[in-house]
Design a protein around this ligand. Structure first.
Ligand code: ZN
Ligand code: ZN
Length: 470
């Protein structure tokens, strides 16, 4: 089962190398000055929309060429292309009769990021009928070459190019990876050179997988030497947290990657390090990078070899490309993120998840003040895309991070309100703040409330009588 999306590659009738991109609508503003002052840069992508299934097969008015390229498991007659195409063209200021010569281009399956169904995309290609069509403001023609430049030579706050352009058009024309992802694995490469493979892991609901992130470039590692890098390699993997049952998949990946391998772990939780022992077996020459607070919580059974300690701001060189370590405590006290400088992609560990809110681990130094500071540190980097270890990549990083701040601040306001209303014990506060949540959730919620209270106390916002209790 999957949900479907239609993406349209509309060629410029005056210049065959260009196609139409539309400016993507950002998520709604918060209506609060602080949060709305953090603005993500413009995002351009192929026009697309949801593609609904039809109850029964129908002979649509749209005729596609090259349908033989469509995989047999997809029955094009079972989708409402007319409705979807009208919607897509309408958004680009065009009518149904303004474009034609439709052909099937590509079917791209989304890997199992979860939660919910994967979103698979049918790409079709067509042309404008009239050459002198005026484009509305939210549309522009771009070539693959200019998209590649924006994707691979990123300046913070520049316009950004979205996922559909990359998976629909660019990945075929670019040799961005010099290694082959084993063909049995589902993966997503966005931005070019950043490969995400969701592997089954012992993670918390609603997720089932941890994203293994892989960088592997041409073998030009000599360029790195003596340039202030903490380590150099030909390939890097981040958070090998796969379930022991998925170890076969991890083995395949490790054996396909160059031997000079760097392994980076964002923090010590099992769903991020369970695969370390497999790597150690398959490639004992691999270099492990982690924060020392993370390393002392990783068992000898998982990793008995040496490691390199990182504490933030170190640089790693992978095949001539730089990744910067960002100290980001909050989820745990040894939590670190990673910025791929060339594409300005930010790997955030468990600081954020693809959907819903992230939990802080108070038993491993999780701390709300640190969490807030790390969130601001991430926002100041102006990442072009945010990569969590659970769920899909997020294309509106500053908006997502502000959403986390807003939610946590509103929780703190409810805690203060509960105290004002007479709640005096941790249990009473939890019972008030989470009154409309199932009681089974109250125990983990209590640890979250305590972290918030520590944060409030640090800001001198807690009444004295409560301070004793906290
Ligand atoms: Zn975690
Ligand atoms: Zn996790």
């Amino acid at each position: 089962m999957a949900a479907h999306n239609l993406a349209v590659i509309l060629k410029n009738p005056q210049n065959d190398t260009e196609f139409l991109l539309t400016e993507q609508t950002p998520p709604a503003k918060f209506g609060e000055e602080e949060y709305d002052s953090y603005v993500d840069s413009d995002l351009w992508d192929l026009p697309s929309t949801q593609l609904n299934s039809l109850e029964a097969e129908s002979e649509s008015g749209i005729v596609f060429e090259a349908v033989e390229l469509c995989p047999p498991k997809i029955n094009l007659k079972k989708f409402d292309f007319e409705l979807a195409l009208n919607r897509v063209l309408g958004h680009a200021g065009l009518g149904a009769g303004d474009a034609g010569e439709w052909r099937f281009w590509k079917y791209v399956e989304e890997p199992e990021f979860g939660p919910g169904l994967p979103l698979n995309t049918i790409f079709i290609m067509g042309k404008l009928v009239s050459a002198d069509q005026n484009l509305p403001e939210q549309c522009k023609w771009m070539s693959i070459w200019s998209c590649q430049t924006l994707l691979l030579d990123v300046k913070p706050n520049n316009s950004r190019i979205g996922l559909l352009v990359v998976v629909g058009l660019i990945s075929d024309s670019m040799q961005s990876t010099t290694w082959k992802v084993p063909s049995t694995l589902q993966y997503q490469e966005y931005p070019p050179g950043v490969v995400l493979v969701p592997l089954h892991s012992r993670t918390a609901k609603p997720f089932h997988t941890t994203n293994l992130i892989i960088f592997a470039r041409e073998n030009v590692s000599d360029e790195c030497e003596g340039s202030g890098f903490v380590t150099c390699g030909d390939a890097l993997i981040v958070d090998p947290g796969c379930h022991p049952q998925s170890s076969g998949e991890l083995k395949k990946i490790i054996s396909a990657l160059p031997r000079k391998l760097v392994v980076f772990v964002t923090h010590h939780h099992g769903d991020h390090v369970d695969g370390l022992s497999i790597i150690q077996k398959c490639n004992p020459d691999a270099t492990l990078l982690a924060h020392e607070n993370t390393m002392r919580r990783i068992g000898k059974d998982d990793w008995s070899l040496g490691y390199t300690s990182v504490s933030g701001s170190e640089q790693i060189c992978i095949g001539g490309q730089t990744l910067r370590v960002i100290f980001a405590p909050g989820h745990t006290d040894g939590h670190v993120g990673l910025l791929h400088v060339k594409t300005h992609s930010l790997i955030v560990g468990d600081h954020c998840v693809g959907q819903g809110s992230a939990v802080l681990d108070s038993t491993s130094g999780g701390n709300m003040s640190d969490y807030f500071q790390s969130t601001y540190r991430f926002m100041e980097l102006s990442p072009h895309v945010l990569i969590p270890m659970h769920g899909r990549v997020n294309m509106w990083p500053k908006h997502m991070l502000c959403g986390y701040l807003k939610n946590r601040r509103s929780r703190e306001a409810s805690i203060l309100k509960a105290i004002e209303n007479g709640a005096q014990t941790l249990f009473e506060i939890v019972a008030d703040v989470y009154s409309n949540v199932d009681r089974s959730f109250w125990i983990p919620a209590a640890s979250n409330v305590r972290l918030h209270m520590d944060h409030l106390a640090q800001q001198d916002k807690l009444p004295k009588v409560i301070l004793f209790m906290a």
